[in-house]
Structures are given as C-alpha cells and as structure tokens.
Design a protein around this ligand. Structure first.
Ligand SMILES: NC(=O)c1ccc[n+]([C@@H]2O[C@H](COP(=O)([O-])OP(=O)(O)OC[C@H]3O[C@@H](n4cnc5c(N)ncnc54)[C@H](O)[C@@H]3O)[C@@H](O)[C@H]2O)c1
Length: 369
C-alpha cells in the first residue's frame, strides 16, 4: 500500500518595505489594520540597547491600541545570536502564556531580526512576524530577504530557516542614535551592493559618504532605497539561494572567516570590508577588475572608515583553514564570488556565480594583506 501525499503549494510571500523616519505609529497602525490578521498578542523582541530607545515606545503604543504586547529582551551584541538565546526567548514567551495565536515584532539590528525571525518560524510551527530595523546594516541587508539564523561556535548563520516577514520598517531616524562604527559597518554592505549591482550607488557614495555620517536625510534615504532595490532584484530572482543570491555573498568568504576568528572583535561590516578588499585583490589577479577600479573599491571602504587590511592578531594559516566553513564550499573546494569591474558580478556559467579557487591563490592574497 502506498499513499501519495500531494502537497503542491502556491505561496504568496510578498511584503512591503517602508522607508522613512520615525515609523513607530505607522507600524502600530498597520498592526491595528490587520498586518498580523486577527492576532492580539504581540511578542516584541529586542536587545538591551534598543529596548529604551525604540522597543518600549512601540510596546506602549501597541498596548494603548488594545493589544497584549510584551517585551522579550536579549543582551545586545552578536554573542546573543545563539541557539541558547533563541531558547531563552521561546521559553520566556511560553512562560508568558504566548501560544500559536501570537505574532513577533523584531525591533533592532540584524542580530534581533535574524534571531526573532527564526523564533517566529518555529514557534508554534510558525507565527507571523515583522521587522522594525534600527541599524543601517539591518536596513541594508539583514532585515530584508527572509534569511534568519543563529551562530554556533563553529560557524556563523548556518543554523536557520528561510522565513519572510509580513513587513519591514526601515526607520532612518534611528540611525541618529547609532554609534559611528555601527554606521560604518552598515555602509560596508551598502558599498558591497554598489559593487555587485549598482554603479550609480557606488559613485554616489564616492561623492557623499560623509553625508551619511552627518545624518543627512536625503542621503540616508537614497542609500536605504538603493540597498533595498539591489537586494530585492537579487532575492526576487533567487529566493532560495540556488545561484544568483550567492552574489550577495560577495566579500563574505574571507569576511565571515575573519569575523569568527576575531572572536567578534570586528563588527560584521568591518570584517566584510576586509573580505571585499581580498576579493578585489584576487579578482584583479584573475583579470576580473582593473587596478584602477580595485583601488576605487579599497579607497571607498577607507573613506567609510572601515579596515581593508587583516589585523595582526589574526593568524593567516588559521584564516585559510577557516575559509572551509563557508557555505559556498562544494566538494571540499573553496568557491568565491567576484565583482566584474564595478556594478556587476562575474558569471561563470548558466546560474553559476561562484568560482572554485585553489587554496594557494587566496592564501597568497591574504599574505599580502
Ligand atoms: N539575514 C540576513 O540576510 C543578514 C544579512 C546581513 C547581516 N546579517 C546579520 O546581521 C547582524 C549584524 O547586524 P547589525 O550590525 O544590525 O547588528 P546588531 O543587531 O548587533 O546591532 C549593532 C549594535 O547597535 C545597537 N543598536 C541597534 N540599533 C540601534 C540604534 N538605533 N541606536 C543605537 N544603538 C543601536 C545594538 O544594540 C548593537 O549593539 C549579524 O548577525 C549578521 O550575520 C543578516
């Protein structure tokens, strides 16, 4: 006897990304208007820094609007993006009586949106969630695209699920309270987006990068919109990372490895900046980017107050070994994504954007850095 369980699904996971300043009222208004259907209990997941700055205000507004809204707060920092912290949030939600009739609102940076989106995906086998992004990095990258995950001691972001939010709020006013190094960290992914798919964004940043540090409204809106446009274009065409989406991984092969080896002394964006410098150096050797454009990329990272060399405390041999934990590794071979000059990526076949690279080739570049 054999049953065929036919489960073909047509899913509409479309959602809006709203970019503006101070979106707290808009967010609560959307929830009142049914963003989460008939759900009345909202778990506001945040971190210890964002709690008083933005999350409590949103929770209070939700309560005033008649919702049962509770805060679930993790300690700020990448160290909190763990299975243990996911368990802590889940257990706290269970203890507070939250069941399947709830929704999750992530208020914070990429650590919070990654963790809360993962919690939402498994809590009660899945409850709706939305992201209220308060960092430039979350706006540029983490809060958009549906990838959620936690880190483990052996690798970053390898344990997680694809889970699309109901909506993403990008509050550019929230960038005003960000420490300078966090603005720089977010700019790192923004420059990456320019490198891989938006020459205009890259050239805009070459001229205006200081305006972002000064909190210039028009400049912040410009980069928020361009970031979303690049990410949207790539993610829409390849939600599940079968090929094209790997291009968003530009600079991340070396970047992730350095981030982990630094014991998170380096911020994500700082590590990615070093990874991008490695990628253009190797790309230049392989003929994918001219010397002049390679230098423009390195110079823009420097102008964005980001590192482009490997810190002395990182052991080069260990770094090369760590590269093999990259998710693009296939059959034990390192694979790299490369930009093609500025504003495009190299394609190595139909839907193939990552190229196998011999260990000695990348090791030689890392030695120079
Ligand atoms: N899911 C994805 O597609 C994706 C993409 C890129 C990065 N990420 C992940 O994103 C994370 C990094 O994101 P992040 O840089 O936003 O980290 P983060 O969430 O740790 O935020 C950075 C710091 O800024 C603080 N903060 C947040 N908003 C603030 C504000 N408005 N004012 C003052 N302080 C504020 C936080 O408390 C934290 O200390 C990494 O874990 C990375 O793996 C995910």
């Amino acid at each position: 006897m054999k049953f065929n369980v036919e489960l073909k699904r047509v899913v509409d996971d479309s959602y809006d990304i709203e970019i503006s300043g101070a979106l707290q009222d808009k967010c609560v208004g959307d929830i009142e208007n049914g963003l989460f259907g008939s759900v009345r209990r909202i778990a506001v997941v945040t971190d210890s820094n964002v709690l008083d700055l933005y999350a409590e205000g949103i929770r209070a507004r939700l309560e005033n609007a008649g919702f049962e809204a509770k805060l679930f707060t993790i300690p700020a920092g990448e160290e909190s993006k763990t299975r243990e912290m996911k368990e802590f949030v889940e257990d706290s939600m269970l203890a507070a009586g939250f069941r399947r009739d709830c929704a999750v609102l992530a208020v914070g940076g990429g650590v919070v949106t990654d963790l809360a989106g993962f919690v939402a995906g498994t809590y009660g086998r899945g409850v709706p969630f939305a992201n209220y992004a308060t960092t430039l990095l979350a706006a540029a990258d983490a809060s958009v695209g549906g990838k959620t995950a936690v880190d483990t001691p052996l690798a970053t972001n390898l344990i997680g699920i694809f889970n699309q939010p109901k909506k993403v709020y990008i509050d550019i006013d929230a960038w005003k309270t960000l420490p300078i190094e966090q603005v720089a960290s977010g700019l790192s992914e923004t420059i990456k987006h320019g490198c891989l798919g938006d020459l205009e964004l890259f050239e805009y940043l070459e001229k205006n990068v200081d305006k972002i540090f000064a909190g210039d409204r028009a400049a912040c809106e410009y980069i928020a919109e361009h970031n979303c446009a690049v990410k949207y274009k790539v993610v829409m065409l390849d939600e599940r990372e079968s090929g094209l989406r790997e291009t968003l991984n530009l600079g991340h092969t070396v970047g992730r490895a350095i981030e982990t080896l630094s014991g998170y002394r380096l911020l994500h964006g700082e590590a990615v900046a070093i990874g991008m410098a490695a990628q253009v150096r190797l790309g230049n050797k392989l003929g994918y980017i001219s010397q002049e454009n390679m230098q423009r990329v390195i110079d823009l990272y420097k102008a964005a107050r980001l590192p482009v060399g490997i810190p002395d405390y990182i052991n080069r041999a260990e770094l090369v070994k760590k590269l093999y934990t990259d998710k693009k590794v296939r059959n034990g071979k390192l694979r790299f994504v490369f930009q093609k000059e500025i504003g495009e990526v190299m394609q190595f076949g139909e839907n193939v954007y990552a190229k196998p690279i011999a260990e000695e080739e990348i090791a030689a570049v890392l030695d120079e850095m």
